[in-house]
Design a protein around this ligand. Structure first.
Ligand code: PBG
Length: 326
């Protein structure tokens, strides 16, 4: 078909036509809101590099969760900042830590909202790495697995609908699945951060979660940003080990990875629009250089178009309010 018979503008002329032929939707039930939980009561400390994001005590987080649920947001994913850290990150499985308390409180007060718990050691270890260290300072894969499993079981005990390992140790999904089943949690979902890159876009998160490594970086366990095909290997291995949902992270700079993975695996995909993606858009918007609402919406539609069923985004509440006209 060619011009002048073919005029693609015909279907763009009015809002009614654009609405009628739109391929991709964006709705609150496709969004998951990250929450940073700290000890204490009545705490809502703004995170400087992430406008609109706070560190919340459990009581404050419940209020936010209630609003998220009222707006139709699918769920929340909880990150914890513990009162103290040690070399093995033992606060990760503390049943009185912020994440376990938060899970129980949201379960009791906001039933129906999905409760996800991030599983990783980096917020809990005093060295800031995602696993325990060998004497030589490497991250010890196999000795980390039981610690991750222990944290996952603690979160399932506290009412997590899903546990979400983000540490990138090999074999963690199998270790967690076995431990959950043994602890009588066969129903707990595993959302695996299967395809997680060693990205500089995590910078603001590490301020919010106090999880910057004190030495070195995460390149010996997170994926090399230059590698696309390796995503298949990671995703297929995690599915084989028992992952229910597969995540790609970051989202925006890795849409090619998301899109090609969509053709390779058949589970719903989750994409994480990470702290640096959010911070960059917000900072430009604050300067008046970009229209903040429109670039956020566009960035999320693009992630959906590339193949994500669910998007974890710090903008979930704002976007849901906008969609709902609230
Ligand atoms: C924990 C974890 C990180 C993020 C999610 N889980 C940080 C990291 O790997 O350093 C990043 C999220 C974000 O940047 O928004 N390992």
């Amino acid at each position: 078909m060619s011009f002048p018979r073919h005029r693609p503008r015909r279907l763009r002329r009015t809002a009614a036509w654009r609405d009628a032929v739109r391929e991709t939707t964006l709705a609150p039930d496709q969004l998951v809101l990250p929450l940073f939980l700290v000890p204490g009561d009545g705490v809502a400390d703004p995170v400087a590099s992430m406008p609109g994001v706070f560190q919340h005590s459990v009581d404050e987080a419940v209020k936010v969760a209630r609003e998220a649920h009222a707006l139709g947001v699918a769920g929340v994913i909880l990150f914890g900042i513990p009162a103290g850290k040690d070399p093995e990150g033992s606060a990760a499985w503390d049943p009185e830590g912020p994440v376990c308390r938060g899970l129980r409180a949201i379960r009791d007060e906001v039933p129906g909202l999905l409760r996800w718990a991030d599983v990783c050691m980096c917020e809990y270890t005093d060295h800031g790495h995602c696993g325990v260290l060998t004497a030589g300072g490497d991250v010890d894969n196999d000795r980390t697995l039981p610690l991750l499993a222990r944290a996952a079981v603690a979160y399932a005990d506290a009412g997590a609908d899903a546990v979400c390992p983000s540490d990138m140790m090999d074999g963690r999904v199998a270790a967690i699945r076995d431990a959950l089943d043994e602890a009588d949690h066969p129903e707990t979902v595993i959302v695996s951060y299967a395809v997680k890159y060693a990205s500089a876009f995590y910078g603001p998160f590490r301020d919010a979660a106090h999880s910057t490594p004190t030495s070195g970086d995460r390149r010996s366990y997170q994926m090399d940003p230059a590698n696309g095909r390796e995503a298949y290997l990671e995703a297929l291995a995690d599915l084989d080990e028992g992952a229910d949902l597969i995540m790609v992270k970051p989202a925006g700079p890795y849409l090619d990875v998301l899109s090609s993975l969509r053709d390779v695996v058949d589970v719903p995909l989750v994409a994480y629009q990470v702290s640096g993606e959010y911070a960059a858009l917000k900072a430009a918007a604050e300067r008046g250089w970009l229209d903040g609402d429109r670039v956020i919406d566009e960035s999320l539609v693009a992630i959906r178009r590339a193949g994500a069923r669910l998007i974890i985004t710090y903008a979930a509440l704002d976007v849901a309010r906008r969609i709902r006209g609230a």
